[in-house]
Design a protein around this ligand. Sequence first.
Ligand code: PMT
Length: 393
Amino acid sequence: MLAGRRIVLGVTGGVAAFKAAYLARRLVEAGAVLRVVMTRSALEFLGPQTMAAITGTPPLTELFGPDTVSPHTELAAWADAVVVAPATAATLARMASGESDDLLVATILAFEGPVVVAPAMHTEMWEHPATRRNVAMLAGDGVRLVGPVSGALAGGDEGLGRMAEPEDVVAAVVAVLSGSDLSGWKVLVSAGGTREPVDPVRYIGNRSSGKMGNAIALAAARRGATVTLVTTAPPPHHPAITVIAVETAAEMAAAVWGAAPHSDVAVLAAAVADFRPAAPAPTKLRRSAGPPDLVLEPTPDILAGVAALRPRPFLVGFAAETGPASGASEKVAAKGVDLLIANDVTAPGAGFGGDTNAVTVLTPAGAVEEWPLQSKESIADRLWDRIVEVRSH
Ligand code: PMT
């Protein structure tokens, strides 16, 4: 999988440093050649001898020393990829601001290839606005984030902040090293919540912010796809993303159905109204006229329209559930999709508006997989990893 690929594994100072030893072993088993860089705080959590035994080379710790003149540029020139796992809040901050006063961040700054980062910290630290800013900045710089996920944390706490499992970090490394693995793909993504006018002032809407769809579109663009993003929300900026701004379900249907026949993959993450006012009032409804008789009619089923195309793109639907995804498995068959991503929008940290999501991935063959709470960027990349895997079989 990674035969002969040269990887710098940066280990920083958190309790999850013990997982770095297992990650190093998995990378070596996959055929990678590793050089390990440990920060001073990492040495408080993990013995360098452990990493030396796993990789066959003692870890590097210092930017200055008698052995080489410029260890960071030598490592950067040598490596095919840099992985930071676990990445503490402090390391994310220093990476985001380019504070290169230790060997690890200096190496990352001198390195021009792919960087994979697996953050690990307490929930409060992960959710702090400073960390949110740094993570957004790193994602904008093209850094591949894996996790964190929800689970047991240091000191007996539970929550979002646990380092992703080493297998998921290895999968991300494989994905980034396969280069622009979506190169040549034409991808269609829908995002945001539709707004169905009641009168020129008011509408029936929903709580979708567009963040999930935006993350999916941006991840696809970064991985080499040409993306059409049909959205009601402010879009991300990337030269490979063409934005079609819409407002209503009818406008979204027209845009999606127009682009779908020319797309290889369609991911419909938008929250589309199922019903709309049959006859929106042409002028503002007045309170003095009393409550209006609002007659609703169904909106077009956009997903069904794409599913009926022959040939049709590889189709991914989302399902917003208000509880566990039990009903969602019927939707896989009923909607005619290749993958259905169900999210319980009532679960803490999941669904509408926030920066995180937890999803259940369902296939037509009946496979069910839980992806625990993690950033929407991380879900997006994992989704593309899965689509690449399914489409290549
Ligand atoms: O945007 P965020 O704030 O980040 O929130 C993300 C999200 C919760 C909106 C997203 O993760 C999500 O769940 N999107 C789908 C929401 C939804 O409309 O679910 P649904 O179960 O009602 O619809 C199922 C599927 O049918 C969806 O792919 C939807 O796009 C599609 N649909 C629905 C109605 C309709 N008229 N046409 C459709 O194509």
